[in-house]
Design a binder for this molecule. Structure first.
Ligand SMILES: CC(C)(COP(=O)(O)OP(=O)(O)OC[C@H]1O[C@@H](n2cnc3c(N)ncnc32)[C@H](O)[C@@H]1OP(=O)(O)O)[C@@H](O)C(=O)NCCC(=O)NCCS
Length: 166
């Protein structure tokens, strides 16, 4: 099993194992309308295992955060290039929310991305997802743009970003 990187209450956060991926996919399918091919999860895990984290309680996985490092235009500096950590997907099973698990997953993923040289973190979130937007704001994320019709059902995405490693 991967090393434990953080704890909140009875929940622990650790690196994702290949064996955890089917549960991660199940949580994603139960909680978010955006799904990916199984291959995509394994590819991200192989590419950047340090910041693909799961939250566990009583031996069962109840949440995950999946990230990758990209190089491209900064969401924070005008016309600058940047090594960016991308929060690709995060979810916590409904009955385990509101206990600090999502915040801890975000913080630990950010630390792992910063350790890999990322100087900023960014994500896309549905403009209607007030719960997640509040959480990201509390963690220091600011709006960095809006992508119209980003989601398959036509909803727009807010792009949110924050500096890392300060
Ligand atoms: C967004 C999501 C990951 C947050 O996970 P979470 O585990 O509930 O997050 P937290 O518990 O850290 O924070 C949620 C709220 O609980 C509060 N909270 C944190 N720790 C707490 C504790 N120990 N006791 C009580 N409340 C607590 C936080 O203040 C926060 O409130 P706020 O959002 O008003 O600031 C979760 O709601 C989810 O999976 N949603 C569905 C999927 C989704 O929308 N993902 C994001 C797509 S971009």
């Amino acid at each position: 099993m991967q090393a434990i990187v953080g704890k909140v209450g009875d929940y622990l956060v650790r690196g994702c194992d290949r064996d955890d991926v089917p549960t991660v996919i199940k949580i994603n399918e139960e909680t978010l309308p955006e799904h990916y091919s199984d291959y995509f999860y394994y590819e991200i895990l192989a590419e950047f295992p340090e910041a693909f984290l799961v939250a566990e309680v009583g031996g069962g996985v109840v949440g995950y955060v999946m990230t990758r490092i990209e190089y491209g235009f900064s969401h924070l500096k005008r016309l600058g290039l940047s090594r960016k950590g991308h929060i690709v997907s995060i979810a916590v099973s409904e009955q385990h929310r509101g206990r600090g698990v999502g915040s801890l997953l975000m913080q630990k993923a950010q630390e792992a991305m910063a350790a890999k040289g990322a100087t900023e973190s960014y994500l896309e979130v549905r403009v209607s997802n007030n719960g997640a937007i509040n959480l990201y704001q509390r963690l220091g994320y600011h709006s960095a743009g809006r992508l119209e019709s980003y989601y398959k059902d036509g909803e727009a995405a807010l792009v949110m970003a924050t500096p890392l490693g300060r």
